[in-house]
Design a protein around this ligand. Sequence first.
Ligand code: ACO
Length: 330
Amino acid sequence: MPPCSTVILGTGSYAPERVLTNAELSRMVDTSDEWIVTRSGIRERRIAAANESTSDMGVQAARRALADAKLTAADIDLLVVATVTPDLQMPAAACFIQQKLGLPGAAACFDVNAACSGFIYALDTACAMLSSGRYRRALVVGVEKLSSIVDWKDRTTCVLFGDGAGAVVVGTTDQPDVGLIGTRLGMISDSVDLLCIPNGGSNAPATPASIAAGSHFLKMKGKEVFKLAVRGMDEAARDILEHHHLRADQIALVIPHQANLRIIEAISQYLELPMERFFVNVDRYGNTSAASIPIALDEARRGGRIKAGDLTLLVAFGAGLTYGSALIRW
Ligand code: ACO
């Protein structure tokens, strides 16, 4: 069977109700609205309720994506969830989402962990599985409850992250030149320790001492990550454009991972593409890791920023340091 094109049939997103502003954060740690806005562009972020799980948020986004695609759970035979904050370490968050959504028992369900690049990795995986002809329709969810792995006493990280979920429904089409045109995935070697959770994995199980030291929380060397993030995103964007013989100015809208406004501005300068061509919502959500691109994609579509025939470039980087890009024609 020849490979077929994969196309996004619907998008959805979900943000928890609770808004945590910079002003509130400045009463929790030694920081200020001015510092956070100047260094990151973030003004507020959403925080999940204590009893609201990663899968609960993923289900909300998935339901909205299914409604947008005018499909039901019964139409889905593949669920891929990108997350670094699953409900439990085992089983996968996808298993909880499958159960809560009522997907058919025969649907394949698994998680992908590529941190903030996770959604692009998951989308590529789902599209490859659909192109094989062995699956018909996929739900791809990017969801995070980062508030559960952030050290709320560490001002260098806690101001940057937030919770949320985004989802897309993917199917196949015979129409040429629409849908996922290509992807580029990669990783910058020797950078695993720049952004990680030191304890709690199989290499260093949590102990009373490690918990007391807070080493089961996310740790980041922000300055180094910043430099490599700009390099990784620029390379991922350039490579995919070159591979498809496209110029940057042919892209109608770039949907970058929303980590820091200054990183997005640097990419805009490197690609010589004005900021108007970049979708930005980092001011309202902060960095939601794997959820950041699908939330932005859903907001861009619903806000009329994406029209039929447009070329959209998704580009991300994350812990690893992984990076990825994807080109979509609508
Ligand atoms: N409030 C006030 N001061 C602060 C804060 C804060 N919240 N955080 C740090 N500072 C201080 C530092 O202690 C330092 O003080 P010093 O000069 O006395 O030592 C000063 O501010 C400058 O700190 P820098 O780290 O040099 O600030 P920088 O301009 O690099 O900005 C930031 C920091 C925002 C973290 C930036 O480096 C960044 O965005 N890095 C990339 C992070 C990122 O994108 N991570 C996501 C990866 S994706 C994933 O997989 C999760």
